[in-house]
Ligand binder design. Structure first.
Ligand SMILES: *Cc1c(COP(=O)(O)O)cnc(C)c1O
Length: 387
């Protein structure tokens, strides 16, 4: 299928399926596909296009620069960018028609850019309902609203949205989410009282989209779910009706017989118990495979082998647990090695567990040395080409 030595295969049909499924789950709220951080490592532009084709109404990014890149590539759908610094290019954001999330100080920068361009900026005001990160503190909300209304009356901005972000939605029984919903409703009511015509209220991320319909409001901002992954520790992709989008694979790049007592990789943290065959897997932390994830699973020839010894920058090792493979007609040398994703392969959550992290981080950090290969229409063939 590909000659690439290290491949993150991105199944755009799975992505479209996930978008359609999330649309159903969120209905009648609409879907914002969050494509920040290069679409969680999946490739922002192809993901954005496929998401829009499948009915996502909005795109979400963290940085203005991420949104501008999508505009320059021809994406015309609404794009919201919500994380800024005093060095952000607000002028570019307004010029390219991005929607801008505003938590406080940014408002004056955005208004200045709009004045300079003689073009109103579209803004969504962000209230901190309890996450304690970005967002306007509740005590300052009235003041932010009145400044926003003044700028709106001057024609510099148009406030179309009110939003906030949840802290513990991946643990649906925790009470903090109730408090956040309540605070959000109050913030929306205050905005309406201040004379703002709120078109889109949005609060839910992926976990809240699945577990808290009371958080859907007009729009849900879904990232992880569109990539087919579950935010919950007790439910996998299939339990949520999702299909994982990324499959990470390479080929076994060396295979050799070693005696008992062979130390493996830096530090000799692993020693073979008996004579065995080792396989070399040519990905490491330079490709985004976490260094601490010793024990992470690798599928070769229909069986799963854990990584033994330390993961290095470029490579790691599996122990086939049997002798005589090297040089035999059955040699694993050159066989496909799948780390995660795809049918019958380990789920990315196994790598997340080995790395003491979450699936979000594993896929997002897969690096540039791994080629993204986009696959299409595997499930939706059957339009008569007879292949
Ligand atoms: C990243 C992000 C999201 C998406 O979160 P998921 O859990 O991946 O769905 C939504 N909203 C904001 C503000 C974010 O930063």
């Amino acid at each position: 299928m590909t000659s690439s030595e290290r491949v993150a295969e991105i199944d755009l049909d799975a992505l479209r399926h996930n978008i359609r499924h999330l649309r159903d789950v969120a209905h009648p709220a609409r879907v914002m596909a969050v494509v920040k951080a290069d679409a969680y490592g999946h490739g922002a532009l192809p993901v954005a296009r496929a998401a829009l084709e499948a009915g996502a109404a909005w795109l979400g990014v963290a940085h203005i620069s991420e949104g501008v890149a999508l505009r320059k590539a021809g994406i015309e759908a609404p794009i919201l960018a919500w994380l800024h610094t005093v060095r952000s290019d607000f002028t570019a954001g307004v010029e390219h028609g991005l929607d801008l999330g505003i938590s406080g100080w940014e408002l004056e920068h955005v208004a200045a850019a709009a004045r300079e361009l003689e073009r109103p900026a579209i803004v969504h005001l962000k209230i901190d309902t309890g996450l304690g990160r970005n967002g306007c503190p509740p005590e300052q909300w009235e003041s932010l609203l009145s400044r926003a209304v003044a700028h709106q009356e001057e024609g510099l901005i148009r406030v179309v949205g009110i939003f906030s972000h949840l802290a513990v939605a991946d643990e649906p029984t925790r009470p903090e989410t109730d408090l956040q919903v309540q605070a959000f409703r109050e913030a929306v009511a205050a905005a309406e009282n201040a004379g703002i015509d709120v078109e889109v209220r949005h609060l839910a991320n992926t976990p809240a989209t699945f577990s808290r319909p009371d958080c859907h409001f007009d729009l849900v901002r879904v990232g992880l779910g569109i990539y087919g992954l579950s935010p919950f520790s007790d439910q996998g992709s299939a339990d949520l009706g999702l299909r994982p989008v990324m499959t990470l694979s390479t080929t076994v790049s060396n295979c050799k017989e070693v005696p008992a007592g062979q130390g493996v990789s830096y530090g000799h943290g692993y020693r073979t118990q008996k004579p065995t065959t080792l396989g070399l897997i040519p990905v490491g932390y330079g490709d985004g495979v976490p260094r601490i994830a010793t024990g992470g699973p690798v599928l070769v020839g229909g069986r799963i082998y854990p990584v033994v010894g330390r993961i290095a920058m470029d490579q790691c090792v599996i122990d086939f647990g049997t002798t005589g493979l090297a040089g035999s007609p059955d040699s694993p040398l050159g066989k496909r090695a799948v780390l995660f994703g795809g049918a019958d392969s380990p789920p990315v959550e196994d790598w997340a567990a080995a790395a003491q992290t979450i699936n979000y981080e594993v896929v997002t950090r897969i690096g540039d040395r791994v080629e993204r290969v986009y696959v299409e229409a595997r499930q939706e063939a059957g339009d008569g080409d007879g292949a």
